[in-house]
Write a protein that binds this ligand. Sequence first.
Ligand SMILES: Nc1ncnc2c1ncn2[C@@H]1O[C@H](COP(=O)(O)OP(=O)(O)OP(=O)(O)O)[C@@H](O)[C@H]1O
Ligand code: SF4
Ligand SMILES: [Mg+2]
Length: 399
Amino acid sequence: MSIKKTESYEEALEKEEQKEEQAQKSGEFAQFDDVAEAEKEQAARDAQAKADLELPPDPEALLEVRHLKKYFPIKKTVTGKVLVSLRAVDDVSFKLRAGETLGIVGESGCGKTTLGRTILKLHEPTDGQIFFEGQDIAKFKPSKMRPLRTQMQIIFQDPYSSLPPRSTVGGILSEPVKVHKIVPPSEVKDYVLKIMEQCGLRDYYYERYPHEFSGGQRQRICIARALTVNPKLVICDEPVSALDVSIQAQIINLLKQLQTTMGFTYVFISHDLSVVKHISDRIGVMYLGSMVEFGDKKSIFENPLHPYTQALFSAVPNPNPDVKMNRIVLKGDIPSPANPPKGCKFHTRCPMAKEICSHIAPAYKEYEPGHFAACHCYPQGDVTESVKAVSLSDNAEAN
Ligand SMILES: Nc1ncnc2c1ncn2[C@@H]1O[C@H](COP(=O)(O)OP(=O)(O)OP(=O)(O)O)[C@@H](O)[C@H]1O
Ligand code: SF4
Ligand SMILES: [Mg+2]
């Protein structure tokens, strides 16, 4: 059974609730052995992940991330053995085609920045694969990464701290061009002036210093710096969060315009859903390091499947004054990624949580073509079967 519309989702929910009541009455979960079940579930997931990692990369994807993990050790023994890890990125998989924008959303601390930095290998991945143009860069050494650095750039949130204060704009923008020998030395200045023009920066800014500019202008300089090396993939980590609303729109439009003219692929990280809606082709929703829902913008906004996505998107203001907002307010704090809840990580805050949610993690399954979610509200099959459904070969067919 597949979920096509919100109506059928509600019907499915009702059925699930009835089943749930029956299960509770019959004491189905009373004897539940969490440890044994978790081990069984983990073994099945590991087996599936192993099989997925053997698959060839999708030739149509510029970026393909498979079962990516980034765990930060937070407690070690004196001998250096890791006792406790913080699971900042926990088994994330997705694909992105060239020229598309993937919006990554989720509450503070859910792992958006860590995901972006791990994709760029600014953090060493704990496990998983990162295919960039068909090459798995996850285990590349820094020397092997160096030639790829120009093709993958990042724009940070804070345009104030990300520019060196003692260099002129010309100096900041010329440096990567010279280091990576993008054009012959005699052509560097003309090349930089052309990039500045594309980013809406006047040519006389060339001799000026970052402190002479406003936040919006500084972010334009940061964007220009990323563009100087002609990248294919640009990770934008909250690029407009520190700016005024009117300036935000200008920067977003600049990014969109550059994507059209230069064909960039963006991973756009933001907690501002209106901005994400405006710029993204696909959207990934993260919670406590996991991707809980992924799909194209239309399906995610019009038919969000995961209760977390529904709550998150219920807060987006509707410009139509006749449409009543049904805001879903989530209760409770975000649990620690160092000690995430058992079963579904969202069950401690989920308004639809059932008994099973605190015991078994839901499978990340495709419910509509290209639309994935991890939730027990939808058909799961038995644990082993549902884990099989995460297969990236299914994912490949969808895309
Ligand atoms: N270098 C690090 N060492 C240890 N823990 C880290 C490190 N970097 C991030 N974390 C932790 O990983 C988790 C995810 O952090 P991250 O910065 O990726 O979240 P985020 O979604 O980008 O949050 P925000 O929206 O506030 O920017 C957090 O719990 C954070 O404390
Ligand atoms: S699986 Fe998670 S998101 Fe889905 S109903 Fe249960 S607690 Fe909520
Ligand atoms: Mg962040």
